[in-house]
Design a protein around this ligand. Structure first.
Ligand code: GLC
Length: 446
């Protein structure tokens, strides 16, 4: 280290904080811009927000029975059997998890759907279906898809690092059905297709009528909310009465101020120019931004030398989970011994992580505030926001940073907004979607 590097490092961090800062004023300016994009997206105008009708409204809380859910979120795939008691209580009876191998995420669509069919086959072998209801399956597919009905949907574009070929522009329910046939899996009927945000909203609103937003802040970042039928201008066919949930795909919002690290990350990503909000907020990218900052510090001779160098050379070698653990002063999740970091490096990762995660939380809160004020401009009602995802749940301080931002935007009225961690929302909610599907039929409009 050079003799003056402590003060140089201090200057570097002040500049870094500045580059990642979101002021109260910026957050307030962000809201009308976000509203414009929402409005355009609802009217099929040009918009970075896809605003996809989900062909379902919120549940009544009286839905009952046992349902299966296949949940493909990102790096994990889960199958769950959920029991709904008809009085607002949902219980996971069985759950099985698989990690989706990287070569499957990036291979062919056939291999991906065969993998899902194999997961279903192995689940059904251990938990054979008995009663008729158990054979109804909801597919939670946590990617942007255009839905012409509740039980079909065409993938618009992969996100979160998936690139499996031959899936974009195809109906994923058809692809899953074909894979089930190839693998000889019988007796399942896919009754609904849903997004994880919709599942999360459904899971909480099953017992909480004040719940009107589902948000995911994990590997990806997105939100949904119930929209009044008359505001969904692009809805095909006769005008909609009542409400329909809209999967916003807000991760693609692009009216944001980016810094040099964002530009670098986007340039080298599999989807440049897309998912810009997601790239600044979600767990898939947080570790990578920290790595890019660390590399810059190494280049400027500001990094405390240590064994961690290997980390800084390989893209995406630092996970947000590691950053989160280091920020808490815990052991990183070691994959390889030679990637161990010394104490000074750990502190450094924690410090950079804090700056990047603070921006993430403030940006997520600003987007959340925009949706709440779209639904309720004067903030007259109470709103429960169901949130799931590891960043929200586990990153030290994340949740309070979001609350602080809401207070900066709304003042005292922020107390009307309650963020509730809704764990396993995408799986439990899928079961509720399945139950509502039974009452609606496959067209599924409320
Ligand atoms: C990505 C997907 C979106 C999903 C989110 C959270 O943004 O495009 O559909 O809801 O990740 O998993």
């Amino acid at each position: 280290m050079r003799p003056n590097s402590a003060s140089e490092r201090g200057r570097f961090f002040s500049a870094l904080e500045e580059e990642f800062r979101i002021t109260k004023e910026e957050a307030r300016d962000f809201i009308p811009e976000f509203h414009q994009e929402m409005q355009a997206g609802l009217a099929r105008g040009k918009s970075s927000l896809k605003m996809l009708p989900a062909f379902i409204g919120r549940p009544k809380g009286t839905e009952k029975g046992n349902y299966l859910a296949l949940d493909l979120g990102g790096t994990n795939c889960r199958i769950l059997e959920v029991e709904l008691d008809g009085k607002g209580k949902a219980r996971i009876k069985t759950v099985k998890r698989w990690v989706v191998p990287r070569k499957i995420m990036k291979g062919t669509g056939t291999a991906l759907f065969d993998f899902l069919a194999d997961c279903l086959a192995s689940f059904l072998k251990e938990h054979p279906t008995g009663r008729k209801e158990k054979k109804r399956l909801t597919f939670t597919f946590s990617f942007p898809f255009f839905q012409p009905s509740l039980n079909s949907g065409t993938l618009i574009r992969w996100t979160k690092g998936f690139t499996a070929s031959g899936v974009e522009d195809r109906d994923v329910v058809v692809l899953l059905t074909e894979a089930l046939q190839r693998k000889g899996v019988k007796g399942l009927r896919i009754t609904a297709l849903t997004n994880d945000t919709v599942g999360t909203l459904m899971a909480r609103s099953y017992s909480d009528p004040a719940c009107d937003m589902g948000v995911i802040i994990g590997t990806g970042c997105n939100a949904c909310y119930p929209e009044q039928g008359k505001r969904i201008k692009k809805y095909p066919g006769p005008g909609l009465k009542g409400e329909m949930i809209i999967n916003m795909e807000w991760g693609n919002f692009d009216g944001l101020k980016s810094n040099p690290y964002d530009v670098l990350l986007d340039r080298d990503s599999p989807n440049p120019g897309r998912q810009l909000l997601e790239k600044m907020v979600s767990g898939m990218y947080l570790g990578e931004i920290v790595r890019l900052v660390a590399r810059e510090m190494i280049a400027r001779h500001l990094w405390p030398s240590g064994p961690g160098r290997l980390y800084w050379e390989k893209s995406y070698s630092l996970s947000s989970r590691d950053v989160s653990l280091l920020a808490e002063g815990k052991e990183p999740w070691k994959k390889k011994k030679e990637w161990d970091l010394n104490t000074a490096e750990r502190e450094m990762v924690g410090r950079i992580g804090g700056i990047v995660a603070l921006r993430s939380a403030r940006m997520a809160a600003s987007a959340l505030a925009a949706v709440i004020s779209w639904m309720d401009p004067l903030l007259e009602k109470k709103h429960t926001v169901a949130v799931d995802g590891a960043l929200f749940e586990k990153y030290p301080g994340y949740r309070s940073w979001m609350s602080e931002m809401l207070w900066e935007i709304f003042g005292d009225k922020a107390k009307k907004i309650r963020m509730v961690l809704t764990k396993d929302g995408s799986g439990i909610g899928a079961a509720i979607v399945g139950a509502v599907a039974v009452t609606l039929g496959s067209r599924g409009r409320p």
